[in-house]
Design a protein around this ligand. Structure first.
Ligand code: AMP
Ligand code: GLY
Length: 425
């Protein structure tokens, strides 16, 4: 049995908590800071996932043996190295890359260079900074739209702008570099070729040499139906992805996953954790848009329910560099999730709305995101509030179940998209 500390407070962490707590190897289980849903599977601790000193104290006090950072921030900030370099902590398993590995997500410029070094198919690009600002403007003027402009660093999902208007492109480019719109994250800017195709998310768990492939997923990022309106953290997800057939996935493995794992190994980058490949299918060929050094949200809410292996066992195998011994078992059923959000999200929204209807849920799982318990009631506590996840014999059945149950959950201003998976139905 291992005492486990999970970091984060979203739907992703609630799905992970649900899964981890089912393992016979899961000892005492804590989530920091967690939400009303994670509290059903373990003990929530009121500390921030970026507060490494408090995390250290918790690990010592509760004899933690496995730490699982859900979001990218603690990984990019070096939580793996913090544990590795502390004599009191370096026996603890940390699921995630070293700072040197997390740069794959933390810097778009670094990840593009890594892709080029290892011949991984990706959009052509150029990198600009303060010094090359004028060349960047000239580049935009002589390039065909649409323009894809990316702040180099972490920008909470807001650092990518796609526009067909060259004046808008120049404005965005200037705001990133000259006006430091994203602070240091936007000091370097990547401008890349626009790829036309369909997107999907592919996940592996790697020990640095071996990897296991998890179910693929597709998320729906826009706030409105028909994939319109503002970008959000994600409004729903499905797994499997119908167009990711065996031939396509073989290409993903041979042209993207294997070169990535081998590249990390060759470059001596310490990486034991999840890799999230943000892919786009152009014609029949996969291209890599981005790496993330963590699982996706809301993809985790459909990926983890389809994983039949014991997740704690997988993590231990990963730490022992023995993932080559593991056979992954995937539930053949389809899985979908529908995210219920606060009115106004992704713009301004109110928190603290009382939620009800939980007792009416049948045949779906609720993975809480922005919720909290206040005495006996559950209140909304974020933009994305709760993910309703269901299995089905096919996608249609899974989605029907999600919608049946989403209708039972009530809070003032509740909104969700009614068309998740629309293009496959
Ligand atoms: P990223 O943060 O790099 O994942 O970019 C956010 C979103 O922008 C992606 O999920 C895609 O929808 C879109 N995107 C990024 N790069 C490109 C590209 N080169 N061509 C087309 N769409 C892109
Ligand atoms: N759903 C996309 C992400 O987690 O970044």
């Amino acid at each position: 049995m291992k005492n486990i500390l999970l970091l984060g407070s979203g739907g992703r962490e609630c799905a992970l908590a649900w899964k981890l707590s089912q393992s016979p190897l899961c000892g005492n289980f804590y989530i920091a800071p967690g939400n009303a849903g994670t509290g059903e599977y373990g003990i929530n601790l009121p500390i921030s996932y970026n507060d490494f000193d408090s995390i250290k104290n918790v690990c010592l006090e509760y004899k933690i043996e496995i730490v699982i950072p859900g979001p990218e921030e603690p990984l990019v900030n070096g939580i793996y190295d913090f544990f590795k370099n502390d004599i009191l902590l370096n026996h603890i398993i940390v699921v995630g890359p070293s700072m040197a590995g997390a740069v794959l997500e933390g810097s778009k410029a670094f990840s593009k260079k890594f892709m080029l070094r290892h011949n991984i198919p990706t959009a052509a690009y150029q990198e600009f900074n303060e010094e090359s600002f004028e060349r960047g403007i000239a580049f935009i003027k002589r390039t065909e739209p649409p323009y894809v402009i990316k702040a180099d660093g972490l920008a909470a999902g807001k650092g990518v702008v796609i526009t067909s208007n060259p004046f808008e492109a120049i404005k965005v480019f200037r705001a990133m570099i000259k006006d430091a719109q994203f602070g240091d994250a936007g000091k370097n800017v990547v401008i890349e070729q626009f790829l036309t195709g369909v997107e999907l998310s592919v996940f592996v768990l790697t020990d640095g040499k071996n990897y296991v492939l998890l179910p693929e997923a597709k998320d729906y990022k826009r706030i409105n139906e028909g994939d319109t309106g503002l970008n959000t953290g994600g409004m729903g997800a499905i797994s499997p992805v119908p167009f990711a057939d065996e031939l396509f996935m073989q290409k993903v493995i041979s042209t993207i996953i294997v070169p990535t794992i081998n590249g990390l190994d060759k470059e001596n980058i310490d990486y034991k954790g999840f890799i999230f490949f943000g892919l786009i299918k152009v014609g029949n060929e996969p291209y890599l848009i981005e790496y993330n050094c963590r699982l996706g949200d809301p993809e985790t809410e459909v990926v983890i329910p389809r994983l039949e292996n014991d997740l704690v066992k997988l993590i231990i195998k990963m730490w022992e560099n023995r993932l080559n011994e593991v056979k992954i078992k995937i539930n053949k059923k389809a899985c979908s999730t529908v995210m219920m959000v606060s009115g106004g999200y992704p713009g301004d929204f109110e928190k603290g709305k009382e939620m009800c209807g939980f007792e009416k849920i049948t045949g779906s799982m609720l993975f809480h995101a922005g919720t909290k318990n206040v005495e006996k009631t559950v209140l909304t506590n974020g933009g994305r509030v709760v993910a309703v996840t269901s299995y089905g014999e096919d996608l249609k059945q899974a989605l029907a179940k999600c919608y049946e149950n989403a209708a039972h959950i009530e809070f003032e201003g509740a909104y969700y998209r009614k068309d998740i998976g629309w293009e496959f139905l």
